[in-house]
Ligand binder design. Structure first.
Ligand SMILES: [Fe+2]
Length: 320
């Protein structure tokens, strides 16, 4: 009957023989077993078979008087039981059902076992699409302002090395790296004629340029909701220790240290590379300027850390 149903079948004359076959052949998807058998009864066989292969589907054949035993078998892990005398149509239906059930159990197990790695994979893909999104923004800004490209990369490098001097590592350092990379992203919204303006800026024009800090935070917020430090760097990299910075005019320790780090290295890079609206200074002139403004514009501790990280002034500015 089983073979006519399209399945391969192996027969055993007793429970002991069935166990031998199972040990030799390995797990079979489904096993149909009588309860009353010579040598080994069906309950014992069931225990042994499931000990060997816990995922095997077992259907017990029971006489009318054996309902209690059948229920016992279900408790032990049999998937189903069929009462004798058997109706072939019913056996086919129960066999199909049992095989389906087993398949489900196996799938479930597979999903459970793989859940962790699937979550990790998903996490990795999420991070990748986040990086792709951020990269798109960076390219958009670079297309508008070629200077930004090298600037952002250098600021990021300077910031990371300075942060290491201040004890940063791991994820905190990663945030500094990203914050340095993205600090000026808000300039996507800055008028092009002002980005490249040579002469002095009117108060209104300066106000417009200042807006790149808050705008950058706003642009990045949907991408970086889990990286608040990066958002703070972007918003607060033009704050000053004396409270004369923008956009929030924070004072001293109110400014997150990460933003204070980027403020110092941002200024250093702006001074030592040619930019449309500012004359280039030599690295040692720029270092003097950092020292002069330590405590007022810049965090003195950060300036010291920067100077420790780049003690060889002749190697500055770094190349990317
Ligand atoms: Fe900026």
């Amino acid at each position: 009957m089983i073979e006519n149903h399209g399945l391969a079948a192996v027969e055993a004359g007793s429970g002991a023989e069935a166990l031998t076959i199972l040990r030799q052949n390995g797990e079979l998807p489904l096993c149909i077993s009588d309860i009353y058998m010579p040598e080994m009864d069906g309950v014992t066989f069931l225990r042994e078979a499931l000990r060997l292969y816990p995922d095997m589907a077992v259907i017990m054949l029971t006489g009318v008087a054996e309902v209690t035993t059948a229920v016992e078998c279900l408790k032990l892990g049999a998937l189903d039981y069929i009462s004798k005398p058997v109706v072939l149509e019913e056996v086919r239906a129960r066999v199909d059902k049992a095989l389906e059930k087993r398949e489900l159990v196996l799938q479930n197990r597979y999903y459970q076992q793989n859940l962790e790695s699937r979550v990790r994979e998903l996490d990795r893909r999420n991070k990748q699409s986040l990086i792709n999104g951020v990269q798109t923004l960076v390219h958009a800004l670079e297309a508008k302002d070629a200077y930004t490209r090298g600037h952002s990369a250098r600021v990021s490098k300077y910031a990371v090395k300075t942060a290491v001097q201040l004890g940063y590592s791991g994820e905190r350092l990663e945030q500094i790296r990203l914050g340095g990379e993205l600090h000026d992203i808000g300039k996507i919204g800055t008028r092009e004629d002002l980005l490249h303006k040579l002469g002095p800026l009117s108060p209104e024009e300066f106000e417009h340029i200042k807006g790149h800090t808050a705008l950058g935070e706003k642009i990045l917020a949907p991408f970086l909701s889990e990286s608040p430090v990066v958002l703070r760097i972007v918003r607060l990299h033009h704050e000053r220790m004396d409270g004369a910075g923008f956009p929030d005019a924070l004072l001293g320790s109110q400014i997150p240290q990460e933003a204070r780090i980027v403020a110092v290295v941002d200024a250093f890079d702006a001074m030592t590379t040619s930019r449309a609206y500012r004359a280039t200074r030599t690295p040692s002139e720029a270092v003097d300027e950092l020292r002069r403004c330590a405590g007022t514009q810049f965090d003195a501790e950060v300036v010291d850390a920067f100077l420790r990280a780049f003690s060889d002034v002749s190697a500055l500015p770094i190349s990317i």
